[in-house]
Write a protein that binds this ligand. Structure first.
Ligand code: ARG
Length: 641
């Protein structure tokens, strides 16, 4: 606070303006909002508590940096237009803001550029990596951190990692970073689809088609291949039985002998894949060591492989959970409560919950099958209970495609009806639309690794297009991989989550338009400006940017960029409300455009030293903000490309 106090004294303010729950050291806009609030309270007599929250961002820059909607002051019996004018006229001379501008019943305030520059840049240098973030928002009253358990990615073993999982991974990674940036403790959880009869099918398939070496080398691909092959046999067998049964019926009518056909049916029904898988899965449920052992190995090898892929996306999990991990006791407890609270009922031997009483849309949900086995939904009830017991979270997030809107709506409603409001009230489904036409160059995409490799190769081609630059890049292989991943991620986060989008390899890998490579380029260019400035004048390397004289930064381009940089903490705060990655991305693109518009006007070499240093400070600050924003999204900013 000391330095900020000094800066503001220098501008002519006695103390740092600070309304309750504001953070002048972290957010420049807080200073201006508090300051304007104080002055408006003086001239209007309205309570500061009412004024502060009505000071809002403007849609158009010509309306000011902040705007007061006079009607929101809730003043009775006043001509609001005239009063807006009166407020503007009475508004005193201020070191931070210019004379207010009135449009209708709005009063607009413009920040004085000199004040903005001297406040914002030092603040950015001081906060550095954490500029924009604010740990206070994650604190509970007792000072401990709020905690979120976030279930995301959650693919199914031996099945394709499809676009829905990719989006869940990207969006979930972003939300985890977002909450951490707000001071929350985040438990990243991968809830694998790893339980059910299909894992019996898989184990049987491994007996037929498995190859130990392949399994270790490429578990995900190999298990998938096996699963496809064995499921086909399973399906053929089922078709065969159906056909035979029809023939038997017909033959019987015609008085023919059916014993051979009946024997064949029995053989398939007792020795076929389906029955073998059923028995195998029963072994897993009963905890037979052999059955469990094989399945566990599949699971563990798959997780090892997933970990490598997630690492490429900057994602690390705290827990690899999964449907298999949910204890019978938790599910039994859930079903017991459902009976007690009369939430469920018997339906021909199965247990179901009829939610149509509450909403037609919610339909009926099966909780236990006739043979007593649990389902996806049952396991989610048990899983939620266990998450509460283990972590005592303040929020439970499920990042799952909107195809599962019904499933999660059912889950939350059932929990509520069970009286588990402590769970349902903190649960949130973060949904998202589909990716259309996701394919690799070799065909339809099945695995995340194939997609990332493909996009990386494409980026490599694009990079080779500029041979001179290409030669400067230390590890082109790695850089193109990073750029490819950025391309995929930015394309995914660009629109609102709920929108579908087209997987468009050419578009996403382009340097033009709002793409991942564009952002990376903007970052690399800022890094290069710094390198070049140091090359030209090595004495600059020791500069303490927090203390340089910024008075030279008066050009409109500089002021515009500083204004952008000032609004990053508010943008971050707003992102916490929208929970949309596009809120961050839109900001970063706008800010990067402001940076690139500045280059021609604000050159760092060639002017006099004082000007050079001030401009360099501006670019260093811009790089910091871009870097912070990119990291929140889960991107790895590159320094050269
Ligand atoms: N494994 C599921 C699927 O691929 C997603 C699981 C989402 N999480 C949950 N708790 N249901 O469809």
């Amino acid at each position: 606070m000391e330095e900020l106090t000094k800066t503001l004294k220098g501008l002519g303010l006695e103390s740092v303006p600070q309304e309750p729950n504001t953070y002048p050291e972290l957010n420049p806009f807080d200073i201006y909002r508090s300051h304007i609030t104080e002055l408006l309270a003086e001239v209007s007599g309205v309570d500061k508590k009412i004024i502060y929250p009505t000071l809002a961002w403007t849609a158009k820059p010509e309306n000011g940096d902040l705007q007061l909607a006079v009607p929101a002051l809730r003043l009775k019996g006043k001509d609001l237009k005239a009063y807006a004018q009166e407020l503007a006229d009475k508004f005193p001379e201020s070191p931070l803001v210019k004379k207010p501008v009135v449009t209708g019943t709005f009063v607009g305030f413009f920040f004085k550029p000199e004040s903005l520059t001297s406040i914002v840049l030092p603040l950015i240098f001081k906060a550095g990596k954490s500029y924009g973030f604010n740990n206070s928002f994650g604190l509970k009253e007792d000072g401990s951190k709020k905690k979120m358990v976030i279930d995301f990615s959650s693919p199914n073993i031996a099945k394709p990692f499809h676009a829905g999982h990719l989006r869940s991974t990207i969006i979930g990674g972003f939300l985890s970073n977002l909450y951490e940036g707000m001071g929350w403790e985040v438990v990243r959880m991968n809830y694998l689809g790893d339980w059910g009869k299909q894992y019996g099918v898989l184990a049987i398939g491994f007996d037929y088609f498995g190859n130990e070496e392949e399994l270790v080398k490429n578990p995900i691909g190999h298990l998938y291949d096996i699963y496809v092959k064995v499921s086909n046999i399973q399906k053929d067998e089922a078709d065969k039985v159906k056909a035979l049964k029809a023939e038997v019926a017909k033959d019987k009518e015609e008085g023919k002998d059916v014993s051979a056909k009946e024997a064949e049916i029995t053989k398939i029904e007792t020795e076929g894949i389906d029955e073998k898988a059923r028995q195998y899965f029963k072994g897993m449920v009963d905890g037979e060591p052999k059955a469990i052992g094989i399945w566990k190995r599949f699971r563990e090898l798959s997780i090892e492989k997933y970990k490598q892929t997630y690492a490429r996306l900057n994602i690390h999990y705290d827990v690899y959970s999964g449907e298999s991990q949910i204890k019978d006791e938790s599910m039994d407890l859930g079903v017991k409560v459902m009976w007690e609270k009369k939430v469920c009922e018997d339906s021909e031997g199965a247990v179901i919950v009829d939610l149509t009483k509450h909403s037609k849309k919610l339909g009926k949900a099966v909780i236990k099958k006739k043979d007593g086995t649990s389902l996806y939904l049952t396991r989610d009830v048990g899983a939620a209970y266990e998450r509460m017991q283990t972590y005592h979270p303040d929020k439970l997030m499920y990042v799952v495609a909107s195809q599962q809107d019904l499933h999660l709506a059912q889950l939350f409603k059932i929990e509520e009806l069970m009286g588990w409001k402590d769970i349902s009230s903190i649960s949130q489904h973060i949904n998202f639309g589909m990716v259309l036409g996701m394919s690799t160059r070799k065909g339809t995409a099945k695995f995340l690794d194939d997609i990332l490799r493909d996009v990386g190769e494409k980026m490599h081609e694009v990079m080779r297009g500029n041979q001179a630059k290409y030669e400067q890049v230390e590890d082109p292989e790695k850089t193109s991989d990073t750029l490819g991943i950025s391309a995929v991620m930015v394309q995914d986060m660009k629109g609102k989550r709920i929108n579908n989008y087209n997987f468009d390899m050419d578009r996403m890998t382009s340097f033009e338009g709002d793409t991942g490579p564009y952002l990376q380029y903007a970052h690399a260019r800022l890094c290069s400006i710094y390198r070049k400035a140091i090359d030209a004048d090595p004495s600059l390397e020791k500069t303490d940017f927090a203390t340089v004289d910024l008075s030279e930064l008066q050009e409109p381009h500089a002021v515009d960029l500083i204004r952008q940089l000032a609004s990053w903490p508010d943008t971050f705060l707003n992102t916490f409300k929208t929970q949309e990655p596009t809120t961050v991305l839109t900001y970063l693109f706008k800010m990067s455009h402001a940076v690139s518009a500045s280059y021609d006007h604000l050159q760092v070499v060639g002017s006099d030293k004082k000007v050079n240093v001030a401009r360099l400070a501006l670019y260093v600050a811009a790089r910091q903000v871009l870097n912070n924003g990119m990291r929140i999204l889960g991107l790895s900013p590159v320094e050269r490309m």
